[in-house]
Design a binder for this molecule. Structure first.
Ligand code: CP3
Length: 371
């Protein structure tokens, strides 16, 4: 007797359907048991790796690298060739969305991102549109598919986006700024205009992240890098409220597998309970909060990701092991922890220090997972 279940499936199809062979990262996000604490590192593909700098030089610029799916795949895989990381993150940038909206992104060496046409006038804001990711952000989706294929079911792939609020910061300010004064003035003087931008961004982020899932992303992370500069009530109204909408509209099960969502508000340590209320699976923590205290507050509502101070990575193997052990000890026994830095790895980090950290976390964490 034959049924559709008997049809043999090739390995690529099986990989596309099942959990990766190393699924510790996905399990930790879902607060399921794992034999050790999985680790990945924000900006794991980046300027601290000489091979990244070589590929970037070949691409001509950072943006050219992002826009070329072959090269974006190449740099995504570079840290995985060196280190036993438990997850991959597609190489791209959060600013692809405002670029797709026509704001004219470019990077000035040593100064970071800049927009040629920041949003200042009311008519510019009224004309803002939600880009179709399958058209305007095709290159990112192609990179996601290519990386997923190249991973061959070994480890899971993370897709990502900026939060509606953090994207708005760059769109209004037009550049990285330490205080985002233009944005804050708009928030207090013309909240209606900022809300209009945030509504468009929310729809753009939802469409973009769901398209990344379709293309092969197995977990999602939303970077709310600047939410922490807001007052408590402004955070609720201008960032968290839109994170709620994003979390509610994301595809949470795809091909029979859960797609966990990580929300990271840098500087959001005071608001963890409210972040958990969004229904995200995990909360990213910066290094300013004790992860044990965070765990007590969040309880069973979400897993935690973090939170080693990235500056530790500039020091010695002894200090790295010591500080990694401290984070593991603060979290304590049990599941639901993904190890990471509290923010992106510095370009001045010696690559061998990343090796030291990964070895330390894998080795030292096992005893916290024994039943
Ligand atoms: O984590 C990864 O490996 C994936 C790649 C990734 C990049 N940017 C590559 C990148 C991710 C997840 C981001 C997110 C991102 N981009 C954020 C949120 C996270 C955070 O860091 O807070 C933000 C705010 C941006 C915007 C952005 N992109 C800035 C402010 C800069 C300049 C900062 C700097 O370090 O110079 C970038 C450039 C950028 N994005 C680089 C990389 C590897 C360095 C660019 C280069 O090669 O010159």
């Amino acid at each position: 007797m034959s049924s559709s279940w008997d049809v043999p499936i090739c390995r690529a199809e099986r990989d596309a359907m099942s959990r990766p062979r190393n699924d510790t990262f996905l399990r930790a996000l879902l607060r399921e048991p794992t034999p050790y604490t999985p680790i990945w590192i924000m900006r794991q593909a980046g300027r601290y790796l000489p091979e990244y700098n070589e590929t970037r030089a070949r691409a001509g610029s950072f943006l050219a690298l992002c826009r070329n799916p072959d090269l974006a795949t190449e740099v995504t895989l570079q840290p995985l060739a060196r280190f036993a990381l438990d997850a991959a993150i597609v190489f791209s940038d959060i600013l692809t969305i405002p670029d797709a909206m026509g704001l004219g992104l470019h990077f000035v060496e040593g100064e970071g991102p800049k927009f040629e046409r920041p949003l200042r006038e009311e008519w510019e804001i009224k004309n803002l549109f939600v880009p179709d990711p399958t058209e305007h952000l095709r290159y990112v989706l192609d990179a996601v598919s290519q990386v997923r294929k190249a991973l061959a079911g070994e480890i899971p792939l993370i897709g990502f986006s900026g939060s509606p609020f953090t994207l708005a910061c760059y769109m209004v300010e037009g550049r990285s700024g330490s205080d985002f004064t233009t944005l804050k003035k708009m928030l207090y003087e013309r909240p209606d205009l900022l809300h209009r931008i945030l509504q468009i961004n929310t729809q753009a982020v939802i469409a973009y992240l769901n398209a990344q899932i379709e293309a092969g992303a197995q977990a999602l992370m939303v970077f709310d890098t600047w939410g922490g500069m807001l007052s408590a009530h402004a955070y609720d109204a201008f960032s968290l409220c839109y994170l709620h909408q994003v979390t509610a509209a994301l595809t949470r099960v795809h091909d029979g597998e859960q797609i966990p969502v990580i929300l990271f508000t840098k500087g959001g340590g005071l608001w963890l309970e409210r972040i958990a209320d969004t229904g995200c699976n995990a909360i990213g923590l910066d290094w300013t909060i004790d992860i044990g205290a965070a765990r007590q507050r969040v309880g069973a509502r979400a897993a935690l990701q973090g939170n080693l101070d990235p500056a530790v990575m500039l020091t010695t193997p002894e200090a790295i092991r010591h500080e990694a052990a401290h984070v593991l000890n603060c979290f304590g026994r049990g599941h639901g922890h993904v190890f990471n830095l509290g923010h992106g790895v510095s370009q001045y980090t010696p690559p061998e220090n990343v090796q030291t950290l990964i070895d330390a976390v894998h080795e030292l964490s096992a005893s916290y997972h024994v039943c």
